[in-house]
Every structure is written in C-alpha cells, then in structure tokens.
Design a protein around this ligand. Structure first.
Ligand code: FAD
Length: 518
C-alpha cells in the first residue's frame, strides 16, 4: 500500500506543507540513535533542506539526518533500525544531490542519509588495459570527470548534467547521448559496495553476489545503499566538434537519428530537441555556435513552426586526428537530410561540452529561476510507436507552448544489459523523451504548475489509451497497481529481491513502492 500524495502544493501558492514528527514509537527509536557510535553524526533539528529536491513539489520532513563519515556509520544505523523490526517506524532514504522530482530521496519522519558527506573517501584511478575509478556513492560526476582527466581518462557514459551523485544516477540508469553506443551508466560499472536493508555491507559485481549487483543497478534505491562504485573508464578526448541541424519534419529527423545510432563509426554523442512555437530560434542559440552558411542561415525563419533539432558531437584530439575527423564528419553529415541552411558548428573542450547544463544552471540561478517547481516527465517510447507519439504530443497536446526543453533521442537496446532492475520498452530501439518543464510560481496560466501537470497527464493518458508500450524513466506512480504494471513480468523478481535484501522495507520510502511493516 502506498501513502497518499499529501504534500503536493496546490492552489499555486507553493507553500511548504511539512508535518512535524509525532510523539510515538518513532521518537523512542529516534532517541536510541543517539546511543550509536559513529564517525559522523546525526542532526535532529533544522533539517528542512532534506525535505526539498529539484522538483520542488514534495516536502517530507525527516526526523533526523545522518551525516556519515564512513560506510560503517551507514551500516550501523541501518542494522540498528533493522534489529528494532516492527517496533520502529523509521525508514531510511539515501540523499545524493536531491535532484529527484517527486520526493524520491526524502523520508517522511524517517532518516535521510546525506551521501555527499561520504565524499571524503578518496577517488582511486586505476590505469591499465581496463581502466576504472573507485568512487564513493556520494561522489558527484563532475568531480569524477576532473579527477580521471588527470590520467587522460574519463567515464564513457554520462548524464546531460554532471552535478548528480553516482548513487543517484546508478539507482535509475544515467542516460545521455553516449548511451546508444555504451549503454547507460548502469552498464558501465564493474563493482559496487552496498549496504543492504539489513545493514550488511556487501561487495557485488557480475561475478560476486551478482543478484544484488543487478538488483541495485536501476533499482530505485530499494535494495541497498551504494557506498562505493567501480566505474569503467576510457581514453578522454581533449576537444569536441559540436553540431546542430534543424528539421521541419519529424519523420526525417527521427530517420536520421536512427541512422546515426545504427551506423558504424558514427558520432560519439547523438541527441535531439523539439522546439515548439519559438520564433527567432537561430538567434537564440548559444553564441558560440556559428552557422556554416551565415547568409542562408539569416534568411531562415521558423515562423512559429515546430522544429526538430538534431545535436551531434564528435570527439577529437587537435594534434592527432583533425584532418581525418573533418572528413568523417563531412561523410556523416552528407548522409543526413536536414534543412541545409541550418548547419551550426562549434568547437569546445570536452569538459565544456560535458558540463554544458551547468552554464544554464548558473544563468537560471542568477534570475531566480532554478529553484522553481519542475514537473518533469521522462518517457521511454518504442521506436515502432514514436511517430504516433510525436504526431499527438507535438502536433496536438503541446501545440501552444512548451515550458522548457523537450529532449528526444533513440538508443539501442542491444547495448543495454537487460539483467538490471531498469525497465525499458521491449524493442531493439526506443526513444528517451524528456519534458523538462519549469513552472512559474505565481502563474495560473500556461506556464503555471496546474497547466503543466494537466499536460503531463494528457500525455500519459494518451500513451495508455494508444497502448504505446511506453515506460516511464525516473518513474513516479501513486498506486500499487501502477507499479506492478510498470514492472510487468519483472514485478515478481523485484518483490522477491526486496524481501531478500530489504525485508522490512526500510530503504528509499520516497519512491513509494513498498511501505514499511509496523
Ligand atoms: P537523489 O535525487 O538524491 O536520489 C535519487 C534516488 O536514488 C532516491 O530514491 C535516493 O534515495 C536514491 N539514492 C541516492 N543515492 C543513493 C545511493 N548512494 N545508494 C542507493 N540509493 C541512492 N538523468 C539521466 O539519466 N540523464 C540526464 O541527462 C539527466 N539530466 C538531469 C538534469 C538535471 C538538471 C536534473 C535535475 C536531473 C537529471 N537527471 C538525468 C535525473 C537524475 O539522474 C536523477 O534524478 C538522479 O536520481 C539524480 O541524482 P541525485 O544524486 O540527485 O539523486
């Protein structure tokens, strides 16, 4: 059974509705926490920050926040709660960088573990034939990038934004424009150290405790807390050629995207965007992008049409491969059918490219627009139904406006490991479609929260009615039945693993899949 969505702010006031801890068995278990011997510490007051996340929609106040300094702090705490059994109502949520949308890293009246406190554990880069880096589960990907670059190496698969923790993205998937080639981040991990819902510290990999390893990857934090991860690395390029082109027809755009992700020797990154009802789009692009043909580009007007932007990147090292790289790019572009005057190019460092969303973050923060509500919706849509989806969603549901970027790109299922807990559509190729909306706090109009939530619901309803075989990414559901449907044939395995690794349902209550037995 699943708790109600009690704390969604309504009537556009966005006031935080927080519920103070009650005096009951929770408080008795809370006071017992003070008796634990830890390297770090608990804070029992002023924990409102732990009732917030990027979504800014849900605010569940915890009873305590653990700031661990060691893995043993986490196992001691969980083992203690586990031993109390049903006498304690306490649940435990690992909080990475809290960039969840619907309170997934929160714990109503429970304990939030501030995973970033573990960052003190040093990163260790191992060079050699199969290079890797050992990192803390609370480490930010941006720090991993900087550390591994010192050795000329870097992880192969990324997210679009790097100020997220390893534990947070590995609990979901970690998908970006490299995933068609390397799979998501959960497919680029050699080993994990995990604290289970019984407080046991277990090392797991493909060869050792494999069931736990695959359960935790994409497991929505349900089976254990990732305290350490061994991430696979590859040679890091120094520079990237970053290219954007536009299409007016969805079918041509998606055909070209699918062609690129299926070709040998393709680009190193392929994504795409939908631009709905935006005028002056070319001028709005980042100033570092220059049109290949400035004269033609100036004549191009979007006239408010919906346009599709294909974004591609080729990695290179200036001294080694520039000539070959230019020819490769020319060949690849010659196979595409974009609007010719809309070829835009830029050359930036690898770091600048990977950390690109942080630039937008700084701009939005400066305008006070980063901490607004974010009713995001992320979907995985099978290739065979993407044109039906696009026609209805971009051509009907979202014709008037969009309230943030809409990202869309295909990935190859064959490059993804299907043993993990991640649920995807059952087709060789599927699309990630991300509606990254921001809601304006005082608005009751088309940029207000209610309007965007209604649009999201229309999209979800359409997918269900048209039976598209869509799966939510970063899923969020309100009922037990919806979770069961989401997992489909994998539900029984998921429940079985829960009863093995977290039998009292202590972990990640904010996902609202299981409720702790009391
Ligand atoms: P949190 O929000 O802190 O936690 C997420 C969930 O994981 C919670 O249930 C939490 O309890 C659990 N958890 C956290 N740490 C651990 C741990 N160590 N062990 C076990 N469970 C843990 N995702 C993509 O795939 N691709 C993208 O390109 C992408 N871009 C994004 C851009 C922005 C601006 C934002 C806000 C999000 C983006 N995301 C993307 C989504 C992001 O990957 C997830 O929201 C991810 O969970 C965020 O990581 P976090 O560290 O903030 O996790």
């Amino acid at each position: 059974c699943i708790p109600d969505r009690t704390n969604l702010c309504s009537n556009n006031s966005f006031a935080t509705l927080t519920v103070p801890p009650r005096f009951n068995s929770t408080n008795i278990s809370l006071s017992s926490l003070e008796t634990l011997t830890l390297d770090g510490y608990f804070s029992f007051e002023n924990n409102h920050h732990a009732a917030k996340d990027f979504g800014n929609l849900y605010h569940f106040l915890p009873s305590a926040v653990l700031h661990p300094k060691s893995v043993s702090d986490i196992s001691t705490t969980i083992r203690h709660i586990f031993k109390m059994g049903s006498a304690s109502e306490l649940t435990v949520a690992a909080r990475g960088h809290a960039h969840s949308i619907q309170g997934q890293a929160q714990a109503h009246q429970g304990i939030v573990i501030n995973m970033e406190s573990l960052q003190g554990l040093k990163m260790q880069v191992h060079t050699g034939d199969m290079p890797y880096v050992d990192v803390s589960g609370g480490e930010l990907w941006i720090n991993i990038l900087h550390e591994t670059l010192k050795h000329g190496l870097a992880p192969k698969s990324w997210t679009d934004y790097l100020h997220l923790t390893v534990g947070g993205t590995l609990s979901n998937a970690g998908i970006s424009g490299q995933a068609f080639q390397h799979g998501p981040q959960i497919n680029n991990v050699y080993q994990l150290e995990v604290v289970t819902g019984k407080g046991e510290v277990v090392t797991c990999s493909e060869k050792q405790n494999a069931d736990l390893f695959y359960a935790v990857l994409g497991g929505l934090g349900q089976f254990g807390i990732i305290t350490r991860a061994r991430i696979s690395l590859g040679p890091a390029p120094k520079m990237v050629k970053w290219i954007k082109v536009l299409y007016s027809e969805f079918s041509t755009f998606s055909k070209d995207q699918e062609h690129l992700i299926s070709s040998e020797n393709s680009f190193d990154y392929v994504e795409g965007f939908v631009n709905i009802n935006r005028t002056g789009i070319l001028n709005n692009w980042r100033s570092s992008f220059s049109p290949k043909d400035p004269l033609q580009a100036n004549k191009f007007t979007s006239d408010g049409r919906t346009l599709y932007c294909l974004e591609m990147v080729k990695y290179f090292n200036p001294d080694e491969t520039k000539t070959m790289n230019q020819q490769d790019i020319k060949n690849l572009l010659s196979q595409l059918n974009y609007i010719p005057s809309t070829l835009f190019l830029s050359e930036v460092s690898y770091v600048e490219f990977l950390d690109r969303v942080h630039v937008s973050e700084r701009k939005l923060r400066a305008k006070g627009l980063w901490e607004v509500p974010h009713p995001w919706l992320n979907l995985l849509v099978p290739k065979s139904r993407i044109s039906v989806f696009a026609e209805e969603v971009f051509g009907n549901i979202l014709t008037d406006t969009s309230n943030g970027p809409i990202i869309i790109y295909p990935v190859n299922q064959s490059k993804w490991n299907n043993k993990t807990s991640l649920v995807t559509p059952d087709e060789d190729i599927f699309y990630l479609v991300a509606f990254l909306s921001s809601a304006m706090p005082s608005s009751t109009g088309t940029d207000g929260l209610e309007h965007i939530l209604t649009q999201n619901k229309r999209i979800l309803d359409f997918c269900a009615t048209a039976q598209l075989g869509m799966k939510q990414y970063l899923p969020h559901y309100n009922t037990h039945e919806e979770w069961q449907t989401h997992f489909g044939s994998l539900w029984e395995v998921f429940v079985q693993r829960k009863s093995t690794y977290d039998p009292l349902a202590i972990l990640a209550p904010g996902q609202r899949i299981f409720q702790k037995a009391v």
